[in-house]
Design a protein around this ligand. Structure first.
Ligand code: 13P
Ligand code: SF4
Length: 336
C-alpha cells in the first residue's frame, strides 16, 4: 500500500534549485514559517544531524514525534520511522525528504507473508521490530526497538510462545539474552549483515586497547566480540561514559559524527565489511536524504506520509503498547 504522497508534478525539483541559494538559511526560514521540527536519526549525514532540532535512536525519535507541538515533522530517516511519526501524531504533517528511503528489513517482510506466518502460528504472540511497514505493525501484538526489546519481553506472559520479525540477528540475540525461545522471521539488515568477523578480529589485533561497540542487528560472529551491544543511543552513551579511549564501532558509521562531538578526545574506528572498507556499512536508504531534498520537502510540503485511518489505528495499538511498556517494567505480565 502506498503511504507516501509525492510532490505535485509541477513542483520545483532538484534540477530547478538555484545553485547560489544558501540552503541552510532557506531551510531555517521555511522551518520557522511552517512551524516545523526536524528530527534526524544517527545514521544521517553529519551535516543533516547538525541542522536537526533533535537527533536520536528510533525509540527516542518516536517519543519526540508523539510529544512535539510543531505543525510539521520533517523526518530525516527512513520511511518506517516517518510512518511511526504519523501513526502517533496523526494531526501533524509528516514529511520524508526522499520517498524511496526504505529499509531492507521492511522489504523482507511483506504484509501478506507476515499474515500467513501468524496464521501458521496461531498461539504465538507477534513481537515485531519497529523496522517494518505500518501494515506489518497492524498485524502485530507489540512493537519493540533495540533499546526496549529486553524490557518488553520480560513483561510478556511466560506461557505464550513468541514470533519475532523481521530481524533474525536481533531475534537470535534477544532469545539468547532472555532465555526465551522464539520463532524468527528470516530478515536482516543489509548494512549490519556485511560486517566481517575476520576483519574485526584483525582490527582488534591492531588496536588492542579498543573496546567493541556493536548494534544487535549484527550477526552473532560480530556480537561475540563486542564489549557492549545496544541501540544507537546506547552505543553513544557507552562510548561517552566509558573510561576507555578507543572504540571499534560496528554499526552504520555516521553515528561516529555524534560520538566525536560528544567525546572529542576519544578515537572511533569503524568496523569494516568483507571488502576491507567501511563504505558498504553506509545505509543506502538513509543516504537518499540530502540538504536539497530537505529544502524541497519543506517548500513543496511533500513527500508526505498519509495513512488510511483504519490502518493507522490498527498500527497504533501495538506501538502504544510499546510506548507504555518501555516506560516501566510491570510486576504482573501484561495481558494480550
Ligand atoms: P536504533 O533504534 O538503534 O536507532 O536502530 C535503528 C536502525 O535502523 C538500525 O539499523
Ligand atoms: Fe534498515 Fe539497516 Fe538502513 Fe537501519 S541501517 S534503516 S535496518 S537498512
Amino acid at each position: 500500500m502506498e503511504t507516501v504522497v509525492l510532490p505535485d508534478p509541477g513542483a520545483l525539483d532538484e534540477t530547478g534549485i538555484d545553485p547560489s541559494l544558501d540552503l541552510h538559511a532557506e531551510i531555517d526560514r521555511l522551518r520557522r514559517e511552517r512551524n516545523a521540527v526536524i528530527l534526524a536519526h544517527y545514521y544521517q549525514d553529519g551535516e543533516i544531524q547538525d541542522l536537526a532540532d533533535f537527533v536520536g535512536d528510533s525509540l527516542d525519535l518516536s517519543r519526540k514525534a508523539a510529544a512535539t507541538d510543531a505543525d510539521v515533522i520533517l523526518f530525516c530517516g527512513v520511511r518506517f520511522m516517518a510512518e511511526v511519526a504519523k501513526i502517533v501524531s496523526p494531526q501533524k504533517t509528516v514529511l520524508l525528504p526522499d520517498a524511496e528511503a526504505g529499509c531492507s528489513l521492511e522489504d523482507s517482510c511483506q504484509p501478506e507473508d507476515f499474515r500467513r506466518f501468524r496464521l501458521e502460528n496461531p498461539d504465538h504472540l507477534a513481537v515485531t521490530y519497529i523496522n517494518c511497514s505500518a501494515e506489518v505493525k497492524a498485524l502485530s501484538d507489540v512493537i519493540v526497538t533495540s533499546s526496549n526489546a529486553e524490557t518488553i519481553l520480560a513483561q510478556l506472559p511466560a506461557d505464550r510462545p513468541v514470533l519475532f520479525a523481521p530481524d533474525r540477528h536481533l531475534g537470535r540475540y534477544l532469545a539468547e539474552k532472555s532465555g526465551r525461545p522464539m520463532t524468527l522471521w528470516p530478515g536482516s539488515c543489509i548494512v549490519h549483515e556485511q560486517f566481517s568477523e575476520r576483519e574485526l578480529v584483525s582490527l582488534k589485533g591492531r588496536h588492542p586497547l579498543a573496546l567493541v561497540a556493536a548494534h544487535p542487528e549484527c550477526p552473532d560472529g560480530i556480537l561475540r566480540h563486542a564489549d557492549h551491544v545496544g541501540s544507537t543511543r546506547s552505543l553513544l552513551d557507552f562510548v561517552i561514559s566509558s573510561e576507555h579511549q578507543q572504540f571499534i564501532i560496528a554499526t552504520e558509521p555516521h553515528i561516529i559524527h555524534q560520538m566525536q562531538k560528544a567525546a572529542p578526545g576519544k578515537t572511533f574506528i569503524p568496523a569494516v565489511g568483507m571488502d576491507g572498507s567501511c563504505d558498504c556499512a553506509r545505509c543506502p536508504f538513509m543516504a537518499r536524504n540530502t540538504l536539497e531534498k530537505i529544502y524541497l520537502s519543506l517548500l513543496n510540503n511533500a513527500p508526505r506520509i498519509e495513512l488510511p485511518e483504519d490502518l493507522r489505528q490498527a498500527a497504533l495499538k501495538p506501538l502504544q503498547r510499546m510506548l507504555d511498556m518501555s516506560v516501566s517494567v510491570n510486576v504482573q505480565p501484561v495481558a494480550f
